[in-house]
Design a protein. Sequence first.
Length: 521
Amino acid sequence: MKVIVVGGGVAGMSFARGPSGLMGPGEVDIQLISKAPPETSNSHAAQGGVAAVIHPSDSWEQHRDDTIAVGAGRCDVDVVERVVRKGPACIQELLNIGARFDTDTQGRLSAASEGGHHAPRVVHHSDHTGVELVRVLQEQMRNANNITIKETLLALDLLVTEDKRGRRCYGVRAIDIHSGTVHELYADLVVLATGGAGQVFRHTTNPIGATGSGVAMAVRAGVPLRDMAFVQFHPTALYDPQRKGTFLISEAVRGAGAVLLQPDGTRLMEGLNPTADLAPRNVVARAMHTVMREQNVPHVWLDATRIGKRFVQQFPTIMAHCKAIGLDPIKEPIPVMPAAHYLCGGIRTDVQGRTALAGLFALGECASSGLHGADRLASNSLLEALVIPRHAAAAVMVGEQLGALPEDRELGRYIDTGSTAAIAAVVAVLRDVMTDRVGILRDDAGLCEAILELERMHVKVDRAWAAGERSLSFYELRDMVAVGRAICEQAIAEPRNAGTHWNGDLVPQTHNQQDLTFDRA
Ligand code: SIN
């Protein structure tokens, strides 16, 4: 069987690794393609860690309940239970393959606190857990002789065929970003693990490649999405107008005792939610956004001085980044603002990653397995990216094969028409529209304006396509417009506010910060 995995982050690599002993040479040949090395993925950038129950005083039932509460009742309970129950085994398996996690003085795994968790539950490697996970999984990829890796292929479209048994995916069209050669790659199964879409917003913690290509390919192939209205904004991105890109200040910093302050130095979250600074992300981000808007300030403050010298040891990456821009978190508060962080929805899948299109699986952030609902519990994303791919790999072993596949073929080279500056201008407008109309606080009028604007962009993109535009930046714009439209369309259709979706025109009109995570209809 031949499988193409699109995306080189933790979800894609966990799938490619397969459940121990199940996949081997001759059984499944895996071609792992990505447009850049895993070091540029969202997974690699993950600071926090993997949510898993490791303390005897904690329980998988509590982890389930926290996930469902933050997901505002929109999670699939069966999926939640299946995933969180696997947390401890998943950590053990990572330890078995050489992952290193922080431990206490007695050698027991140490777990950090993050928002929405009623127990310290975030297993981590300092403040760069993603780097460690990518390291061990990459090692596994290199040692497997049934996996070939190509890190310069941008997937453009799914290849879909139809016969009397229905539609099915049989490969992908992809472009080599160095040579410009377009390829058709054929497979029994395609697995999308392309990550997030934070780049459709003005400020995002996501890397530059997070343009939602997997979701966009699914849209073009008519594969159903789910929960696209729910975009998580992380409360504490570093406010640094001098720098392109947005650096994350991990929620674990608040878990270690840091608090948010208003511009006048008073506590921002006190009295707004019983768990104050560790409320679910949507609650904290909305409170910050409201303060910033009402007081017309570009950021608020995160006071980590109360952590003291422990900060250096617990958060070396954050410390180094702050120091490099002349900021000392031990002595002074950090300017922070919310930034787009995680797409809670995506391509609709079951708990094994199966989509509605035969021959197509989706995993990780580009998928919507039903785990996250209307907001994602902190550090549940890496857990999902480790657990569901294992289920998927097991399902693939008993999956249907297409029989003799054609040889992969080259379609020729794309022509860069040189309209990069014009495309960058359209992308900037797209980001402004998405941020100002489809961001943390929404209303009907803004959503309608966004839909119209994105519809205009979609028409322009179609015309440019018909006229032969094929540059790399154009392909990314085409994807971002498709994802932006999907977010807008599902946001306007949401009948009630829940989790990250807050439309001021839905009842109730006020948005006090108490208990915003629950159904308000
Ligand atoms: C963080 O470290 O704050 C991010 C972790 C996550 O997104 O779950």
